[in-house]
Write a protein that binds this ligand. Structure first.
Ligand SMILES: Nc1nc2c(c(=O)[nH]1)N[C@H]1C(S)=C(S)[C@@H](COP(=O)(O)OP(=O)(O)OC[C@H]3O[C@@H](n4cnc5c(=O)[nH]c(N)nc54)[C@H](O)[C@@H]3O)O[C@H]1N2
Ligand SMILES: Nc1nc2c(c(=O)[nH]1)N[C@H]1C(S)=C(S)[C@@H](COP(=O)(O)OP(=O)(O)OC[C@H]3O[C@@H](n4cnc5c(=O)[nH]c(N)nc54)[C@H](O)[C@@H]3O)O[C@H]1N2
Ligand SMILES: [Mo]
Length: 768
């Protein structure tokens, strides 16, 4: 095969396809994760660590944000949770000796897989301007340099502070205070690329940017629609909840362009039935929808419900609609006017099948719609999600048992970070409470979201970039633009557990601040500390790590931020007032502040003591009340949109394999999809492969086409025939981020359109 693609440490010539799975989890999953755990941690540490995941007084799984069941299994088992834990609890180390050995050019030549495999970061490091290597620096000097760089800016808005979603509530709260105390709202986060569209649609229609169901609601739903989500890989613990719902008679509809194994059938390794009898069939109906066709699907459901209502009555929940909603007539008119013909071409699903799904909705006593990235990363995602809400409102599926919206979050504390104020467009009342608590005046001007931050860096408007976790370079769209934008900066600072590309692609100077993760024991001046996180269902609970940290003298995220607060605010006018050293030494002090600033956290410490859970209030769920302008839930009329695919082109979605956590690559296999030994593959419908003049296994470049005329190219992908609608294709993120144009974002939410990229395939010229 041809030469190695850029930044790839995987020998892609080995990639092969075999054994596509129709069943998720089961015994192979257990064995696979134990192998990874053993490689990273050794047997003793694996057992010690995996037994504590999501247990009372253990640590919160850094895997996903799906909530725990009230009655937990000992070692509630989740393959990908185990991999996420192993990745963090690894015994491999990236020490100053590693950086002495590997120059910055050398690091740049590797991909995220290789970088992540090197282990945990142990020492603060600095890359001086023009230097070839990172060198060690003391904690004091490193933090002082960050503080000085910030204080040296002409305007606080020249700094950008990114957050990924693993940061604890305590660290996040202090971090947003650091940023606002410094004088800016430039707080982009991973959420901007993730569930921002959900937040935008939900705040507008139901007055809260979160889901409205509990785990009990999932168990008790009559109908669960799971759209644009691959739970078998990305939220495996959700499968147990779905199994339970099935056991109680629920119907499950899977809406996805791909027949994902986890949606079809589940073998629960915790029960003999799962292992011996081949598991539970999950989806009763699989809607193989075209990419971006979901708005049409939900309009079709709404249209059918209204048609039957007009014919026979008895479909709509009129008392609910009258008492609790506005906008019904305009919505009804919009879907009455839309043509079945258009709904069919948008979804690629025959009218009979659309009506069959709609009938399941009509006859359901309690319906929940779950979704993830398949619904949030399109140009028209906000409209799509508004139409999801419309359908639920028609039958009063909001604020009653077994019913509601369930945006399934990604990172384990991404929802909590938002609750703590990590948001570039903070609400006025939040700022007011912050001002009162810390005796300062927070800036009111809205800050940059992720895409706007990249533009600001590109255009020379930002000079310092600080990241609280994450991998900004690899996770963001338009990789080449982002790499050039970062190179424009005076200083880039990464607070990280593991090495990744964002440490290799930097500003003129760069600082790495290693930090403790969820699994590490965190001992501060005031003794052993706990932190808290919020799951997808607004439940907040404590997390305490037990492992010996990777190195002595490592600082927690809280400690890093508390020290920065002291240094940045020293002698500064209008700075927040608090005892930073005391907050660093005992996090109960931070929770005390939170309890006075953030609604729902009253008596925070008492509520999480003894490992209890604090359930945040959720007005739509708890009392059918909606914090919108009218105080009611809002039906919206949305013009039907769906992607147009030019002739000879494919619409590409960029998604996760089974062996990765976002930009962290655990291995080269995508077991359920039957792809082994490589990641540079593009899954295409067999008929399209031939129609486009290719054969399976051909090696092609993917070239994205966007109205700005810039050529974006991802090199050397192997074509794999896969079950996906005609005209649609799929390939892995982050290798394909180079193809997503920076300005191709969702209306309103600004989320990059990672599930909707027009590409053409170009035959790869054999290397000479
Ligand atoms: N093991 C593991 N767990 C994870 C993560 C991980 O990388 N690895 N990431 C975490 C994060 S941050 C997040 S946000 C979540 C992500 O969880 P998911 O959203 O499940 O992740 P993706 O791989 O992006 O999968 C998108 C799914 O939507 C489908 N899809 C794509 N486009 C469309 C569409 O237009 N319509 C419909 N109906 N379906 C579509 C795809 O085929 C795929 O099944 O998982 C979290 N958990
Ligand atoms: N093309 C495309 N792009 C996408 C997506 C897509 O589906 N397609 N999905 C988007 C989504 S949903 C998301 S959420 C983003 C993810 O974007 P990010 O959150 O920025 O990326 P991650 O890969 O999750 O970040 C991993 C890094 O976080 C650091 N880390 C891990 N744990 C901790 C911790 O406890 N503390 C600290 N300080 N650091 C830690 C480690 O150094 C690790 O290398 O990517 C987005 N980008
Ligand atoms: Mo995410």
């Amino acid at each position: 095969m041809a030469k190695k693609p850029p930044h790839s440490d995987i020998d892609e010539a080995q990639v092969h396809v075999s054994g596509r799975k129709k069943v998720a989890v089961g015994v192979p999953a257990v064995l696979h994760s134990l192998k990874i755990a053993n490689d990273q941690m050794g047997i003793k540490r694996s057992v010690q660590t995996l037994l504590q995941v999501n247990q009372k007084d253990g640590f919160d799984c850094p895997g996903c944000a799906w909530p725990e069941e009230e009655k937990r299994h000992i070692a509630e088992f989740c393959e990908n949770g185990a991999k996420a834990v192993a990745e963090e609890a690894t015994i491999r180390r990236v020490t100053p000796a590693f950086f002495a050995e590997h120059s910055i050019d050398d690091l740049r030549g590797h991909d995220d897989y290789w970088l992540g495999q090197q282990g945990r970061l142990t020492h603060p490091m600095v890359l001086e301007e023009g230097a070839t290597h990172y060198v060690p620096i003391s904690w004091d000097d490193a933090l002082r340099e960050v503080a000085d760089a910030l204080r040296g800016l002409d305007d606080p808005d020249e700094a950008v502070f990114y957050t990924s979603g693993r940061t604890s509530n305590e660290a996040a709260f202090l971090y947003q205070l650091l940023v606002r105390g410094f004088g800016t709202n430039n707080l982009p986060d991973c959420s901007n690329m993730c569930h921002e569209s959900s937040g935008s649609a939900l705040v507008e229609t139901i007055g809260i940017g979160k889901g409205t169901v509990t785990i009990d609601d999932i168990h008790n739903a009559d109908l669960l629609i799971i759209a644009g989500q691959n739970p078998g890989t990305n939220h495996p613990r959700m499968l147990s909840a779905l199994e339970k719902a099935k056991g109680r008679g629920a119907t499950i509809v899977a809406v996805n362009p791909l027949p994902e194994a986890g949606l079809m059938r589940f073998e629960n390794p915790q029960t003999p039935k799962g292992v011996i009898l081949g598991g539970t069939k999950l989806a009763d109906e699989f809607v193989q929808i075209r990419l971006g066709g979901d708005q049409a699907l939900f309009q079709a459901i709404g249209k059918h419900l209204l048609e039957v209502e007009e014919r026979e009555g008895g479909v709509l929940d009129h008392p609910f609609i009258d008492a609790h909603t506005t906008g019904f007539e305009a919505y009804a008119q919009e879907v009455r006017d839309v043509e079945w013909r258009d709904l069919v071409s948008a979804t690629g699903v025959p009218e009979t099948a659309l009506r069959r799904v709609a009938e399941l909705v009509r006859t359901s006593k309690a319906t929940i719609v779950c979704w993830a990235m398949g619904l949030t990363q399109h140009k028209h995602s906000v409209a799509m999600l508004r139409d999801v809400v419309n359908v639920l409102l028609l039958q009063g599926n909001m604020g009653r048992p077994g019913a509601g919206v369930c945006p399934v979050r990604g990172h384990s504390n991404v929802q909590g970070d938002r609750t703590m104020g990590i948001y570039e467009k903070p609400a006025e009342n939040f700022l007011q409470w912050l001002d009162d608590e810390f005796a300062f005046h927070a800036p009111r001007k809205h800050g940059y979201d992720t895409v706007e931050a990249i533009r600001a860096m590109r255009d020379g408007k930002a000079r310092v970039f600080v990241a609280m976790g994450g991998n900004f370079v690899s996770a963001t769209p338009d990789t080449n633009v982002v790499e050039a934008a970062l190179a424009n900066l005076d200083l880039t600072v990464q607070v990280s557990t593991k090495l990744n590309r964002s440490h290799a692609v930097t500003g003129r100077r760069a600082i790495i601040l290693p930090t403790l993760g969820r699994t590490d024991r965190d001992i501060r001046g005031g003794g052993e500390q706990r932190v808290t996180v919020e799951d997808s269902m607004s439940a907040v609970h404590a997390s305490r790590g037990r492992l010996v940290p990777p190195a002595n003298d490592m600082l927690s995220e809280v400690a890093i931020v508390a020290r920065l607060c002291a240094m940045v605010f020293e002698g500064r006018q209008n700075a927040p007032v608090a005892d930073w050293a005391a907050l660093e030494s005992d996090y109960t002090g931070i929770r005390d502040h939170i309890s006075r600033v953030v609604p729902g956290f009253e008596d925070f410490e008492a509520k999480i003591a003894k490992n209890r859970t604090l359930y945040l209030p959720n007005a739509p769920r708890d009392e059918r009340s909606f914090a919108t302008e009218s105080g009611k839930a809002v039906f919206t009329a949305n013009r039907l949109e769906y992607p147009f695919i030019p002739h000879g082109r494919l619409l590409l979605q960029t998604l996760r394999s089974h062996d990765q956590y976002n930009t962290t690559i655990y291995g080269k296999d995508d077991r359920y999809r039957g792809i082994h030994g490589g990641r540079r593959v593009i899954m295409v419908n067999e008929k399209d492969i031939h129609e486009l003049g290719f054969a399976e296994n051909d090696v092609v470049d993917l070239v994205s086409e966007w109205r700005d005329g810039v050529e974006r190219r991802a090199e050397e992908f192997r074509i794999v025939a896969y079950s996906t609608p005609r005209g649609n294709a799929a390939a892995y993120y982050p290798e394909t981020n180079v193809l997503v144009p920076l300005d191709s974002t969702a209306d309103i939410s600004g989320t990059p359109t990672s599930k909707s990229v027009i590409v053409r395939l170009e035959r790869r010229q054999p290397a000479v």
